[in-house]
Design a protein around this ligand. Sequence first.
Ligand SMILES: O=C([O-])C(=O)C[C@H](O)[C@@H](O)C(=O)[O-]
Ligand SMILES: [Mg+2]
Length: 421
Amino acid sequence: MSRIAAVTVTPVAFRDPPLLNAVGVHEPYALRAIVEITTDAGVTGLGETYADEGHLARLAVVAEAVVGQDVFALNRIHERAGQALAGDTGSDGHGLTGLITTSGTVDRVFSPFEVACLDVQGKLLGRPVSDLLGGAVRERVPFSAYLFYKWAAHPGGEPDAWGAALDPDGIVAQARTMLDRYGFSAVKLKGGVFPPEQEIAAIRALRKEFPALPLRLDPNAAWNVQTSVEVGRALAGVLEYLEDPTPGIAGMAEVAGRVPMPLATNMCVVGFDEVPDAVRAGSVGVILSDHHYWGGLQRSRVLAGICDTFGLGLSMHSNSHLGVSLAAMVHLAAATPNLRYACDTHWPWKREDEDVVRPGALAFERGSVAVPTGPGLGIELDRDALARLHEQFLACGLRNRDDTGYMRRVDPGYELVQPRW
Ligand SMILES: O=C([O-])C(=O)C[C@H](O)[C@@H](O)C(=O)[O-]
Ligand SMILES: [Mg+2]
């Protein structure tokens, strides 16, 4: 047996540009937590997750509950997380994912512990995490360019290297830079920021500039059913999928029946208990997995099986993240045969010199990342960087992601309306 002797949770902050979305704008720092598990024999494993205050408190509760457990006893560890969090319905503070139930809360909190245990298991066995998930079926995992409307600078700050992107020309220029730098093979535009006709124009401009690349548009439920149908029809033959045009399983089902492209979601289906209704209603053609809230890598493979069974496509969602999450995403995607869409990643928006993982193992080439072949996640923690980013967390003053509150500080009249158009 290899028992968990200690768990350390370190909140960190890294710089984030002023990226616009349907609920406001990204604050100057993104918050994450690094979970480190150490066994009684001194083997360590890493996980990464959100770092909002409430989530950190829940991580602390579960950290205490899993000490003494065998790192191979993931079912038992999930059960203990459930017991420790019984009745807790942690809410989604940032408004970009759906309703969080008790089971969804447990899955969110359990996830980094599961990834850290798999990292330890891999190290003990001398095998990469992808092998523990059934084995890689691809050597490289393709990602998509994740475009955002953005300001040139945070209010009162220096302009960043990306510059502003507030119209179709700005979005095309951003896409060009990102594709030149990373070679991505698909493009996603985060919408829900400007009136739909402006976002249709941006997608058309992207299509003109990049005739062969699959395109996606994600307004995070900013449109009502009628607007969604109009946008979907206007972009017939242009989008690979339309992501969360409108809120809820019923609204999505109405739209799905009237537009030509598949609808994708990381909002109306974010937990296992929402899958049956969505399948019955025909709300979605593609589910975006995300191991951070689907309960880790193994449970994400359960989701993949469900998608396979019901003929649904599978893609992958991303929030702002660091290298531990990227490594986990790559192992999972490599070992999930029916994950056939290029995965989302916020990676390009992070500064290269801000990560807790030593560079090397996770290089982007031709839009994809090679699956690390070393034991476990195949990455190495940079303790100096971890300490630096933790100091940055302490100093930055942010304790919860609040895109809406930040937008209101800039524009006091800003209202959070869903759907807006
Ligand atoms: O719907 C999505 O794809 C997301 O929620 C991804 C990110 O959270 C993105 O919208 C963001 O960070 O603003
Ligand atoms: Mg989305």
